[in-house]
Design a protein around this ligand. Structure first.
Ligand code: DX5
Ligand code: ZN
Length: 226
């Protein structure tokens, strides 16, 4: 069975108990922790930033999968590395020089990810695949958790997966973020995604481990059906 990675989004956690939430999500078998950093300009919301990531870094050894929704992201790559990010995924719409941002992320030994909003064509992202560790398809308008899954974004996932093989990057992680739960995860896997972000489908539920396992199993079943 294909190993599907699950990256719970901290945005849906109880912010008054972040340390406990991290312990619980790690014990639940999550593969990474997704941290959404928003600037209030690229997206219409503000979440948290470096001080929070740095504090959490002291309490956790999980892979920190940081999704930055920030205009001109190159300004913050050094600070993210210092705060303890393991991977940084930035928006193609936000960067003036995409290659320079990828180089900056990798220059710090972090994994480089690139993402696009629902309205941005996947053809913009495909040329960058050979240089990426991760490609993220947004299946909601970025900015808020708890929105409905946009199933029509799965064509982008299929296009990225096929192109990653053609481009000689078969190990590319293809991630989906937004509205992912134990039902929609199947379509993600079927399209070729192997890493799923889930916020409201995991945090706030009684049994995090059960939710993580159900999402992973649904995506794996989708993947096997391809
Ligand atoms: C949205 C964020 C997501 C969000 C997902 O801008 O990028 O990571 O937390 O939340 P759910 O899983 O609730 O759609
Ligand atoms: Zn995200």
């Amino acid at each position: 069975m294909k190993k599907i990675l699950v990256s719970p989004s901290l945005l849906a956690a109880d912010f008054s108990r972040l340390g406990e939430e991290l312990d619980r999500i790690e014990a639940a078998g999550a593969d990474m922790l997704h941290l959404d950093v928003m600037d209030g300009i690229l997206v219409p919301n503000i979440s948290f930033g470096m001080p929070v990531i740095a504090s959490l870094r002291k309490t956790s050894r999980m892979f920190f999968d940081v999704h930055i929704m920030i205009v001109d992201p190159i300004r913050y790559i050094d600070a993210l590395a210092k705060a303890g990010a393991d991977g940084v995924t930035f928006h193609i719409e936000a960067a003036r020089d995409v290659g320079a941002v990828i180089d900056a992320i990798k220059g710090h030994g972090m994994k480089a990810g690139l993402t696009l909003k629902p309205g941005t064509p996947v053809s913009d992202l495909l040329p960058w695949l050979p240089r990426l560790d991760l490609a993220l398809v947004m299946s909601v308008e970025p900015g808020f958790g708890g929105q409905s899954f946009m199933a029509d974004m799965m064509d982008k996932v299929s296009a990225i997966r096929s192109q990653s093989l053609r481009a000689g990057n078969p190990d590319l992680i293809v991630q989906v973020d937004g509205g992912v739960d134990r039902t929609t995860a199947t379509a993600c896997g079927a399209a070729g995604a192997d890493c799923l972000v889930a916020g409201s489908a995991v945090f706030g539920k009684a049994d995090y481990a059960a939710e993580v396992a159900a999402i992973r199993a649904a995506a794996a079943a989708g993947w096997e059906s391809r």
